[in-house]
Design a protein around this ligand. Sequence first.
Ligand code: B12
Ligand code: SF4
Length: 463
Amino acid sequence: MPTRSLHVVLIQPHTPADGPFERLGRSDLPPLGLLYLAAALERAGHRVTVFDLNLALRTGRVVRRIARERPDVVGIGTLAPCQPVVEDLARRLRPVMAPGALLIAGGADATTRTALYTGGGQFDAVLVGEAERSLVELCAAFPRVPRIPGVIPAGDEDCAPPARIVADEAAFPARHLLPLRRYRGGPAYKRGRYTASIFTHRGCPYRCTFCEQGVHAGKVRFRSAGSIFEELQQLRHDHGIRDIRFIDDVLISRRSVLWELIELLLGSGERFDWLCTGRIDLADDELLRAMHRAGCYRVEYGIESGSDRILAMTDKGFDVAAAEAAVQRTRAAGIETIANFIMGFPTETEDEIEQTIELALRLDAEYAIFFPFCPYQGAEITREFGLRWGPEYPAFRAPSPHYPVDTDRLIGRVDQAYSRFYFRPGYVARRLTAVRNGWIYWDLGRMAAAHAARRGWARMAGS
Ligand code: B12
Ligand code: SF4
């Protein structure tokens, strides 16, 4: 137990709004990172409040609550697109916080673009990497900021790397601190009305060149199938949710864990509907069929590009033909597919972008998500081409001679990809008959209307 029980507030900033169709990809899910931290803090005897600004919660209201409640520690999570939001929040919070209270930042962006957060003098400490242990230790030392691994006190620039979490040792996320049922999830990511997210590992065994692995870099640490299953049961019993989204990138890559989990699911007689991320090169028939029997209704593949040249650049380890075969195998096993694509890589031409859109149409997955390429600072490709993040989202791609397609044009192409994929009459007819959930009709309709209003039908139909 700590010498003193603190009140700690954790805040997830909202992502500046972008297109409604990108919501298919972003969906809205509770911030599991903050909820893991909250669980560790509660275990250590502290009181925790979590605010997620993505839940249409006004920043002013959060600032007023903090002014009234005067917590001992306020922590803000960071993601690159949210950096201006974090800066604004920190500026408004500091004057209303109690003297001696600590304002800290942590998360993905603070881990890779650390100087942005240590340099401005806004924070008493910046926590890099996985922060379950370092945050609990920081609270134990309160009001002093200790010089320990993972914690950069104000005025310092660096620290020793934090302790890595052995995945099974972490307490289950403190989901009771957020109104789970207000997270609707995007239509691509659920079957029923409510869905819950779950994370099965720390770290990733792959090295895709566009990916930033700042927080969880290093050796992959998988949870045991037993611990994952126990969390699923908790979700069902405590929250009444059995529609599950495995949000990690590589559940399918630790096949022994996945097989064990499938056996637990089949053996228990408890029915969960679930979706997960797959790997093109690992999705074999036997595994896919077993996943389907155990409740898997959809798999999300990072296919990324319709150009073999671009795929080689990403180091994903497969080509277009392999992607087509994997989607077919998945369909044959009775599982739907979400196909993720990235458009606008450095050196990628208009023709190659067109190949990506054409591949999406050809694959005809149940859902397709198109992301504009973002040069995350920790990614290999960003370093190789010397790319920079622009000042504002969505002007995230600072101009570079390596981008044959400029950012405005790219945003137009992303919009167009969504329109060409989702407004095909055959597709619409198939989805309307396949989807049997009224809430999903509502979500799809709402997004289509918003998309039409934002871009205009003329542009959507444009070449
Ligand atoms: C699942 C996921 C999503 C889901 C759910 C997000 C959510 N709300 O939980 C969805 C699909 C919705 C999503 C959306 C986005 N995501 Co995302 N997502 C992930 C993914 C795969 C896992 C995140 C996770 O739950 N990790 C598990 C937990 C335990 O780890 P964690 O969140 O990192 O938290 C730990 C530390 O970071 C730290 N920490 C976190 N917050 C804080 C706060 C404080 C105060 C402190 C001290 C410490 C701290 O402690 C935590 C516990 O150890 C990661 C990749 C990855 N492998 O981590 C990308 C990732 C985090 N996402 C990323 C991005 C960019 C986005 C989007 C902005 C994409 C977009 N353009 O829309 C949106 C933002 C949405 C939002 N506002 O939340 C990037 C972030 C890169 C960056 N530098 O900012 C990542 C790293 C992917 C990547 N490799 O590029 N995402
Ligand atoms: S994109 Fe996914 S699979 Fe590839 S390195 Fe990143 S986290 Fe791992």
